[in-house]
Write a protein of this length. Sequence first.
Length: 120
Amino acid sequence: MSAALEKTFSETGEALQGVNVLTLSRRVVVFDQLTVERVRLKRDQGWAEVLINGAFSLPGHSANSKKHTERQRWLLVRRDHDIGELVLPPEVIYVPNDLAVRMLVPPTCRIHRRCSATAR
């Protein structure tokens, strides 16, 4: 399940490349580590208990700039006998810290260059 989540977050990071994440309507939560602690599945539905370490919201999204730990339950839907799909909360975009750095540094550099050029 962790590998599937990593793939999902990687795809999210790729999709957000070049996008100013500070202006998105959905809240963006950056985290250091995400761990699936417990999984419950009955028939075709269940949940996964997720622990998110080092989580903080980016500015502009009811910002919580202090890192903290969140414990959440995410919906789990069985797709096949051996395959379950974790449904992420639709109102939040979760981004690992390393991807967030790669996404945010280039826009910040562009803003800095634009501001420097305007000041001249």
